[in-house]
Design a protein around this ligand. Structure first.
Ligand code: AMP
Ligand code: ZN
Length: 115
């Protein structure tokens, strides 16, 4: 049994608002949204951070970008645009140590990526 909150979401041990799922990836709404659209796209494989992505994981990462493309069209924000962010480690403020891609949109986002 994993202590990882995203593994628990993947295993349906805790609920989430799922917007997309396949055998490799799950995507769900962020519980504390920073924008009107704030979806987290998460590989089902427990990879802690971007620094832990191995050569064999590279197919999962490219699949995630395809999934983001699909979700943007499915959820109808592709035309308006969006931003994708992955935090890694202490200075980024990464809270959940299971790699994930924040997909943010639904309004004009700030010009500064970093405040
Ligand atoms: P990060 O700071 O990049 O690790 O982002 C972690 C994100 O996970 C934050 O935006 C949280 O709001 C979000 N989060 C934490 N717990 C949950 C949960 N149970 N369901 C959905 N999102 C969550
Ligand atoms: Zn995990």
């Amino acid at each position: 049994m994993s202590d990882c909150i995203f593994c628990k979401i993947i295993n349906k041990e805790i609920p989430s608002k799922i917007v997309y799922e396949d055998e490799k990836v799950i995507a769900f709404n962020d519980v504390n949204p920073a924008a009107p659209i704030h979806i987290l796209v998460v590989p089902k494989k427990h990879i802690e951070t971007l620094l832990d992505v191995s050569d064999e994981d590279s197919a999962i990462i490219s699949h995630i970008y395809k999934v983001i493309n699909k979700i943007a069209k499915q959820e109808d924000f592709a035309k308006n645009g969006f931003r994708v962010i992955t935090n890694c480690g202490r200075d980024s403020g990464q809270e959940v140590m299971h790699i994930h891609f924040h997909v943010l949109g639904g309004k004009k986002l700030g010009d500064k990526i970093v405040e």
